[in-house]
Design a protein around this ligand. Structure first.
Ligand SMILES: Nc1ncnc2c1ncn2[C@@H]1O[C@H](COP(=O)(O)OP(=O)(O)OP(=O)(O)O)[C@@H](O)[C@H]1O
Ligand SMILES: [Mg+2]
Length: 552
């Protein structure tokens, strides 16, 4: 680096700015990106380890989820940040495969580094990688399996694969069943799944096995008055976005009361007005009231007397879910209350969940909104289960929509690797080298699955390759028994979209990083010369080949 720093005759940058060019810039960026990949690599697969992340105020997160780890890590290096972006994109698009995407990107860069050393120009590598990524999409489509949206057994396998290796694993059967059921319940006729219709409600206490699905809406509130019924069958539900209270005057008015009679008259009037509102509610035929605003004491009393189940200060999002589920409309003025606006549910009930009252609105007219109560012993457990359930909901939703899946356990990567190598031979020229590098890079997934399971990666790869060469496209790694096995038969399946997205975003990021040959950084004392985060990367020395000490 010194040769650059020392040799600049004219200063065009502000003092303190740093500039790295050419191979040095590439070397640093690649090192930083590889460091990110290696940080999450050990979490890949069913036998992957977890990470414990402690933030500056001491909060602890224990997770196996790639994107969660990267979000929690305070990453500063610009190229490393691009790797985090891959994980985020993957998470937004499919909800799973975040570790895979990052690990592939890291390996693509590592292989590119070797080519750079052989004096292959970065643009040639970039071009080859793009070509390979495109071809990979084609191959993936051709090896994907189409299923019926009604194939709940397969959908359950999808959920199971997404959950394997996460904290939720112990009870994954139960959770997967819930996940598939929830997705099927909210799916539209045209096959789209709006995951927002599924509310994951976590509760600490009880065991994972106590998790349940509520075919309806769950509101984390209790009824306002103990004299109200705890349970209302054939519920006619009023959804009110107005306060059930005596209206306060907008202007600062003063009422002078000079005699006790007057006071009584005033209070009577207030009570009469509130009673009027309650009468209106009763007249509409409603026996359940969800109010987004407040319900005052007198109103509570009258509502209880009328046998109405009332909840106040309900969240807006819950009100919307209730409207969708019960077919009722949200009413924002007392005058608009009428029987036509009411929603319906077979049962509204207040029940205890882990010692806290919650309102269950079930047997709804239109059960498009469902809730999933996730339970677990401690907060960290519940949090990790929630993440796993969210992942599973997403992948099941994705497969429900696309109806396409691929076998897991590294099988698509092996198949891709093989076919891309064949393809490379037909391309020829220098791009061939890059396509071959891309092909080899994809083997990082089965290799890592093997390593993380304590198996010999070389033996495993040989076994897998041999099977694929014989045309067994779905053979992957059974990490529990340490042998090659048909993953489709074993029920280890993933959405096609997880793989297509992971490979395309990994390739894009790798290409983007490779094409950078100049890093100009404004002065910032905290990050000298673009050192990657996490320390321990010493000895990088700006030499592209000198990344010794890093383990990949
Ligand atoms: N039972 C299994 N046997 C073999 N491989 C499996 C099994 N279950 C999952 N896998 C593989 O594990 C990999 C996924 O691992 P993991 O869930 O840890 O990472 P990810 O999905 O890439 O990222 P994240 O879940 O953190 O977003 C996939 O390649 C998948 O095929
Ligand atoms: Mg996963």
């Amino acid at each position: 680096m010194s040769q650059q720093l020392g040799g600049q005759p004219i200063l065009i940058l502000k003092e303190g700015s740093s500039r790295t060019r050419g191979r040095d810039a590439q070397g640093m960026n690649i090192t930083a990106a590889k460091a990110v990949a290696s940080a999450v690599r050990t979490t890949l697969g069913p036998k992957g380890m977890d990470k414990m992340l402690v933030d500056t105020i001491g909060d602890v997160v224990i997770t196996n989820d790639g994107v969660t780890i990267l979000k929690e890590m305070d990453i500063e290096h610009p190229a490393a940040k691009m790797m985090v972006e891959i994980a985020k994109t993957q998470d937004d698009e499919v909800g799973d495969g975040t570790t895979t995407a990052v690990v592939i990107a890291g390996e693509l860069l590592k292989r590119a580094e070797d080519l750079l050393e052989q004096d292959v120009h970065p643009t040639v590598i970039a071009q080859g990688y793009r070509q390979a990524a495109e071809k990979a999409q084609e191959i993936l489509q051709s090896i994907s399996v189409t299923i019926k949206a009604t194939d709940s057994a397969m959908l359950r396998k999808i959920a199971e694969t997404a959950m394997t290796g996460k904290g939720a694993e112990a009870s994954k059967e139960k959770l997967c069943e819930l996940v598939v059921k929830a997705v099927m319940m909210v799916a539209d006729e045209d096959g789209t799944v709006d995951k927002d219709n599924i509310k994951v409600e976590k509760k600490v206490g009880g065991s994972i096995e106590n998790s349940e699905i509520v075919e309806g809406v769950l509101v984390d509130k209790e009824r306002v008055h103990p004299a109200m019924p705890k349970k209302v069958k054939d519920a006619k539900i009023l959804l009110l976005n107005a306060a059930v209270e005596f209206k306060k005057t907008e202007v600062d008015a003063e009422i002078n009361i000079t005699s006790p009679d007057q006071l009584q008259a005033f209070l009577d009037e207030e009570e009469r007005m509130i009673k009027n509102i309650v009468d209106k509610i009763v007249d509409s035929g409603a026996n359940v009231l969800f109010c987004q605003k407040g319900i005052d004491d007198i109103a509570q009393h009258y509502l209880a007397k009328a046998g109405i189940f009332a909840v106040r200060r309900v969240k807006k999002s819950d009100m919307e879910k209730l409207a969708r589920a019960t077919g009722g409309s949200l009413i924002s003025s007392i005058d608009a209350i009428s029987s036509e606006e009411l929603g319906y549910a077979g049962l509204v009930e207040e029940k205890k969940v882990s010692g806290e009252e919650m309102v269950f609105v079930v047997e709804c007219k239109n059960p498009k909104a469902v809730s999933l109560i996730v339970r677990g012993g401690t907060e960290h457990v519940v949090d990790e289960i929630e993440r796993a359930v969210e992942d599973a909901l997403r992948v099941v939703g994705v497969v429900f929509e696309d109806k396409k899946l691929v076998a897991g356990g590294g099988s698509p990567e092996i198949e891709l690797s093989l076919r891309l190598r064949e393809y490379a031979a037909t391309v020829g020229g220098r791009a061939q080298l890059a396509i071959e590098a891309f092909a080899i890079a994809l083997e990082i997934i089965p290799r890592t699955l093997a390593e993380n399971a304590g198996l010999d990666p070389i033996d495993m790869l040989v076994e897998l390759r041999a099977a694929h060469e014989k045309g067994k496209k779905t053979v992957g790694l059974n990490v529990f028994e340490g042998k090659a096995e048909d993953m489709l038969k074993a029920g280890v399946v993933e959405p096609l979209r997880v793989k297509t997205q992971a490979i395309s975003s990994a390739a894009e990021a790798a290409v983007m990083i490779l094409r950078i040959d100049d890093v100009i950084a404004a002065s910032k004392s905290a990050a000298p010369e673009g050192m990657p985060p996490g320390g321990g990367m010493g000895g990088m020395g700006g030499m592209p080949g000198g990344m010794g000490g890093m383990e990949f």
